[in-house]
Design a binder for this molecule. Sequence first.
Ligand SMILES: Cc1ncc(COP(=O)(O)O)c(C=O)c1O
Length: 385
Amino acid sequence: MKHPNLHIKTKLPNTGTTIFSIMSALANEEKAINLSQGFPGFKIDSKLTKLVAKYMDDGFNQYAPMTGVPKLCEAISNKVTKLYGTTYSAEKEINITSGATQAIYTAIAAMIRENDEVIIFDPAYDCYAPAVTLHGGIPVFINLLEPNFEINWDEVKKRVSQKTKMIIINSPQNPTGSVWTAHDIHQLEKITAGTDIIIISDEVYEHVIFDRLDHESVTKSEELASRSFVVYSFGKTYHATGWKMGYVLAPEELMKEFRKVHQYNVFTSNTPIQHAFADYMQNENKYLKLPDFYQKKRDVFRKSLEGSRFKVLNCSGSYFQLLDYSDITDEIDTEFAIRLTRESKVASIPISVFYNNAPKQTLLRFCFAKKESELKKAAEILCSI
Ligand SMILES: Cc1ncc(COP(=O)(O)O)c(C=O)c1O
């Protein structure tokens, strides 16, 4: 179907279908082990699904309040106070969203105007820059420092200007697995102190952090928290990415602006699931045990890769492992990722797609949120290459 008078001037000329959809489709077509897209490859707790069913049966099937079900916001407020020591008002400073992506998009929509600059650290999760561009903002990309993908604070200092409206940070980081230290928080405080630069802190992997490291949430810093949107995902913490449920914390003044957009965007998120999470969250072991749960998977995957020609990079958090294939081939990463899926039946994501301006690299990202048997099988194939 084509209309003769329809001449669309795209608002996102450089954006195509995300690589996640492309690689997952290819993995399905090739019946490959899919370590590309970041979603858990195992069942969620049936206690949680039973709770959702219960609330559906009990009639909790109509619109929830725009800000979220009050008992869920209370549970979140208590959790944040206990873990990070800062109290957010359940009523005024917490909002339930349809996934972390929606929270990020809505915060950007509420804050960014024409020509506002937004600092993004590359390689970055792919939803940040398009949302900035759609609202007339200008993404300012700063590449993380290899090999450990740390922030180049000297460069940040140079690139922060009068035009900087926002900085988007993400720890533990997708796709590199790097995590922020207290030093990073201190640097960000120092560079932005006395400014009104807004921070979006994407903390969806707060509980996917290894080697007994602490998650350095911006909520712990009064200087930063007082001008931050802090974003979380129930999908990541409870293995239910397909439910697309998350939440955002922000001081009242910022949250008021967030809600002006949210109410005309999604308005509200899934009611029975909100009630179910409010109950399920009461068992804090479900998230406190997550670092050990995922560390075991990380270690199985890394150990099974011993002796392979892939170099295994550091991974301190998130459920992604970077592998360097420079000892195998000098193909570009997109081509090698496709060939690996077609010929060896293991799907990954090439790292260059997470950059605006990718340096010369030979890195692929593998998701290890999968069953151990699947990780071992994938590693065995990779070892044979
Ligand atoms: C860093 C990061 N932020 C946000 C999201 C999206 O979370 P949600 O599915 O809750 O929208 C993801 C999902 O992969 C992610 O890796």
